[in-house]
Design a protein around this ligand. Structure first.
Ligand SMILES: *Cc1c(COP(=O)(O)O)cnc(C)c1O
Length: 418
């Protein structure tokens, strides 16, 4: 079974979700992209070129690691981790970005644009643009520019122009709107490298296709190292690209439960979270080019979202995952900020791993459920990225006073606002 089997006859739809809702002016450009992706998908040399590039440039295949200490301490299922944190630029984002870079070359375009929240996708896109020789502009909410200075620094060093978006809440969804505006103006030479499995068709399907490399590798690896398929696979869900990436390896395996972990923020009923399906606050709507569940009010105005992990802090969710959820193929849960703080401490101390705060949501749910499972059962967690980027947030969350003082003194020295 592949995600392409879910399309319900209307191109780009999964059940009633997905579609292409864009201004008429972008119709020819999006069709050009749909056609190009359709051709690439049918061309086995394209996939081989993609895999070769990931191997030589980003260190794939990323390994699967057994967490023997943590499994023993919890006294339940054996926990294994798929190590997307070991990719170049530190997360699974580079997979999608390198894939779209190859596609952009086939389209004959010379400029790329992207939106970014935490900066990981912008960082990966700037890297790809430097490598492929594309002009590059990254749109980032002004609040995020201030919060994520190290990523902005590297993007600019690699030759990207970083535009701080001053509209709205000055965060990710405002950056997406600005990137769409740029695309309308410059579509003749510009490809929009969308960072997650959301937005208008073909993006959800195309990003899922590139990220399927995670599940393809992981299924073979877990069978090799654990001697069997996992009972459960956990992945965190922002837009939903790393989750659909690993889940695709196990869609045919009816004995494998797929668990999606959203950002529970301050918890259910708090209004301070980004859980679209695990909590009952979201509803179906159309925004940013596609139809899915959004955190929105009764008038369709998007709500403010919150998460300790900037990469999960988004209003919408991958339409393919929604369709799988409605068909009971994926279970949705959410971890709160508090659970994430406790979990990252435990994982660092028992295993010497530093998962990204996003990935820590998947660890949190796995750690909650593992003790209730048998010692011969197997759990696989997708560690979507590494937590080095989160050093300031983690120092803050763990209330490390000496670090906070150091950061404050540096900020003063370099005249940065916090
Ligand atoms: C961006 C990001 C995510 C969330 O994006 P998805 O599309 O849901 O995968 C998760 N983990 C890391 C490390 C990220 O950078």
């Amino acid at each position: 079974m592949s995600i392409f089997d879910f399309a319900d006859g209307r191109e780009g739809y999964y059940g009633q979700y997905g579609g292409t809702f864009l201004p008429e002016i972008l119709a020819a450009t999006i069709e050009e992209l749909q056609d190009c992706f359709a051709r690439c998908k049918e061309d086995p040399t394209f996939w081989q070129e993609y895999v070769d590039l990931l191997q030589s440039y980003s260190g794939r295949p990323t390994p699967v690691t057994h967490l023997a200490n943590l499994s023993k301490q919890l006294g339940g299922a054996q926990i294994y981790v798929k190590r997307e944190d070991l990719n170049h630029t530190g997360s699974h984002k580079i997979n999608n970005v390198l894939g779209q870079g190859l596609l952009c070359k086939r389209l004959g375009k010379t400029r790329v644009i992207a939106e970014t929240g935490a900066g990981q996708h912008g960082y990966a896109t700037a890297t790809m643009a430097a490598r492929f020789g594309f002009d590059c502009t990254i749109y980032m909410g002004a609040v995020d520019v201030a919060r994520q200075r190290p990523n902005v620094f590297w993007m600019e060093r690699m030759g990207a122009k970083v535009v701080a978006v001053e509209d709205g809440q000055k965060t990710l969804k405002d950056a997406i709107n600005e990137a769409l505006r740029d695309w309308v103006t410059n579509m003749h030479n510009t490809h929009y490298v969308l960072g997650t499995a959301c937005g208008p068709h073909p993006f959800p399907e195309m990003v899922s296709y590139f990220q399927s490399i995670i599940g393809q590798e992981a299924r073979q690896q877990i069978v090799k190292v654990a001697g069997r398929l996992p009972d459960r696979v956990y992945a965190c869900v922002g837009g939903g690209s790393n989750a659909i990436g690993i889940f695709q390896g196990f869609l045919d395996d009816s004995g494998v439960e797929l668990v999606a972990c959203e950002a529970g923020g301050h918890g259910p009923g708090s209004g301070m979270h980004a859980a679209r399906l695990a909590y009952p606050d979201a509803s179906v709507g159309v925004a940013q080019g596609f139809k899915t569940y959004f955190l929105q009010d009764d008038n369709g105005n998007m709500l403010e979202t919150h998460s300790i992990a900037a990469g999960l802090d988004y209003i919408g969710v991958n339409p393919i995952l929604v369709h799988l959820w409605e068909n009971d193929k994926v279970r949705f849960t959410a971890a709160t900020d508090e659970q994430v703080r406790e979990t990252i401490k435990l994982v660092m101390r028992t295993e010497g791993l530093i998962p990204a705060l996003e990935s820590t949501h998947a660890f949190a749910m796995a750690i909650e459920e593992a003790p209730k499972m048998g010692v011969d059962e197997v759990i696989l967690i997708n560690q979507s990225g590494r937590g080095d980027k989160d050093i300031f947030t983690i120092a803050d969350a763990l209330d490390d006073k000496s670090w906070k003082q150091f950061i404050a003194s540096k900020a003063k020295e370099y005249d940065l606002e916090k």
